[in-house]
Design a protein around this ligand. Structure first.
Ligand code: C5P
Length: 236
């Protein structure tokens, strides 16, 4: 993986997405398609963007019984996306089944999508973990546990906040990928994200890929914001 910065395309539909990308001349870049857009536009938009040269993180965070996840992953592998993910809370067998599905659905000569486990959403804090989810461990402990579980199930990496990258690398090895959302410029609002960091800190702490949405899409000049983020991320 070549340290991509995935732009989160959190738009209501293909029309808004295509207009945004065209207006701000954001061509051939890594993008993330999440539930909002995928549930509206389906695989067609993924295929269109892929054909135009975008590389794609399909962020659908699957969480179901192993067999269902395996069959779903077979279908997603056929789309030729770069990254897909599952909730690590679905358990080891579910993640193993996800990988089996990806392997079965990837045609020969094609690159299998990376399988990434979601540890804890970056909108979760320790109070939520205890009071709402009933998990009595600390946030870091829980995240490292989920990272190790993902690793043992054959996932290629995890989604986590930048602050957790060093402990995850220590627990699972440096080649285990860390994909980090919750990225903000120094002076931005955190919105609903609880554990945020700048692109520069993400690089310093060893993230392999970052995801940025609103700091770019809601900026006054998204093209400029995108270029700034890439510069910070690449330490240029
Ligand atoms: O706008 P913002 O930069 O907060 O967008 C972050 C993106 O990353 C959103 O699309 C969100 O769904 C996604 N994401 C996240 N936390 C995770 C996994 C994905 O924020 N753990």
């Amino acid at each position: 993986m070549n340290n991509p910065l995935y732009l989160a395309l959190d738009f209501p539909d293909a029309k808004h997405t295509n207009e945004f990308l065209a207006e701000h001349e954001l061509t051939n870049i890594p993008v993330k398609i999440g539930m909002q857009l995928f549930y509206r536009e389906g695989p067609k938009l993924v295929e269109k963007l892929k054909n135009e040269g975008y590389s794609i993180f399909l962020d659908l965070k699957l969480h179901d019984i192993p067999n269902t996840v395996k069959e779903a992953m077979k279908n997603l592998a056929g789309l030729g996306v770069e990254l897909v993910n599952v909730h690590a809370a679905g358990g080891k067998r579910m993640m193993e089944a996800a990988r089996e599905g990806l392997e079965a659905g990837t045609s020969s000569g094609q690159q299998r999508p990376y399988l990434i486990g979601v540890t804890q959403l970056t909108s979760t804090d320790e109070n939520m973990l205890h009071d709402e989810l009933g998990i009595q461990w600390g946030l870091n402990e829980t995240i490292v546990h989920y990272a190790k579980l993902s690793h043992s199930a054959g996932a290629d990496g995890v989604v986590c906040s930048v602050h957790e990258v060093p402990v995850i690398k220590e627990a699972c090895g440096t080649s285990f990928l860390t994909v980090t959302p919750g990225i903000r410029f120094q002076n931005d609002s955190a919105d609903d994200q609880k554990r945020v960091a700048t692109p520069e800190l993400a690089r310093e702490l060893g993230s392999d890929a970052i995801v940025m949405g609103r700091s770019i899409t809601k900026a006054q000049n998204p093209k400029y914001a995108y270029e700034q983020a890439v510069k910070e991320w690449n330490h240029e």
